[in-house]
Write a protein that binds this ligand. Structure first.
Ligand code: SF4
Length: 227
C-alpha cells in the first residue's frame, strides 16, 4: 500500500483526543475539501507491505494502545487496508479509521472504531457522503462535521436529526474548521468558525453533539506535520 507517514503522537480529535496514538497515514484522496490540511498526502509516499506497516506500528508502540488509520482517504486502498486493520486488531490494538464517508464502509471489520466525516457545504464537497454507510455505523463509531459557517451548522443539525445519528453512534462531533495555512499562534484565532459561537449555538439549540477542537493545533504550531 502507499504510505505517506507513520508516526506516534497524541490523538487530536474524537472522543480519544489526548491519548497517545500511532498514526498510519495513507497517500491519496479523491476529494478536495477547501480547508484540507493534508494536501501533502495527495501524492508521493512509499510502497509498504502490510507486514512492514505492522512492524513499524509495533516498533513505535510495542505495548498496544491506539492506532489510527488515516490519510488522505485510506479506504481508497481498501484491498490492503482491510487486512491491515484485521492484523492490527489481532495484535491487540484499538484501531480507529478516519474516513471521509465517501467510500463504502461495509467491509471495515466490526471491531474498528470508524470516525466518519459528513462533508458540509462550505467544504466544497457537500453531498459526497455515501448514504448506505449509515447502515454500517455501530455504537462504537463517531460521526464528525467540520464546520466553517452558520450554514454548515444548520446543515449538520438537520442531518443528525433526519438520520437520528445520536442514537446510532457513540458520538456526534462538531469541529470548527481551521485555516489551512494557519501558523504561529496556537489558539482559536485560526478557526474559520469561532468555537465560542459554536458552543453557544449547541447549547441554545440543545444539539446532541460534542464540541471538538483539534487538540494538536493548540499544542504544536498548526503548520507542523507529523504530530
Ligand atoms: S477528505 Fe480529508 S484528506 Fe481528502 S481533501 Fe478532504 S480533508 Fe483533505
Amino acid at each position: 500500500m502507499q504510505i505517506t507517514e507513520i508516526y506516534k503522537s497524541l490523538q487530536g480529535e474524537s472522543t480519544y483526543a489526548g491519548l497517545p496514538c500511532v498514526f498510519v497515514r495513507l497517500t491519496g484522496c479523491n476529494l478536495r475539501c477547501t480547508w484540507c490540511d493534508s494536501e501533502y498526502t495527495f501524492q508521493g509516499g512509499r510502497k509498504m507491505t502490510i507486514e512492514a506497516v505492522r512492524e513499524e506500528v509495533r516498533r513505535l508502540n510495542p505495548t498496544g494502545g491506539l492506532v489510527e488509520i488515516t490519510g488522505g482517504e485510506p479506504m481508497l486502498q481498501e484491498k490492503e487496508v482491510v487486512p491491515l486493520m484485521e492484523r492490527l486488531l489481532d495484535d491487540g490494538y484499538t484501531v480507529l479509521l478516519e474516513t471521509s464517508g465517501e467510500r463504502p464502509l461495509a467491509r471495515v471489520p466490526a471491531d474498528v472504531v470508524k470516525i466518519v466525516d459528513v462533508k458540509c457545504p462550505d467544504s466544497g464537497e457537500a453531498d459526497t457522503f455515501r448514504m448506505e454507510n449509515l447502515a454500517a455505523l455501530t455504537p462504537r463509531d463517531e460521526i464528525k462535521f467540520v464546520l466553517s459557517s452558520r450554514a454548515d451548522y444548520a446543515f449538520a443539525c438537520e442531518f443528525i436529526q433526519k438520520h437520528r445519528l445520536a442514537e446510532r453512534v457513540n458520538a456526534v462531533l462538531f469541529s470548527p474548521a481551521f485555516r489551512k495555512d494557519a501558523t504561529g499562534a496556537r489558539d482559536s484565532s485560526h478557526c474559520l468558525l469561532d468555537p465560542k459561537e459554536l458552543a453557544e449555538w449547541i447549547l441554545a439549540d440543545k444539539v446532541p453533539a460534542r464540541l471538538g477542537l483539534q487538540l494538536h493545533k493548540f499544542v504544536w504550531d498548526p503548520a507542523v506535520k507529523g504530530v
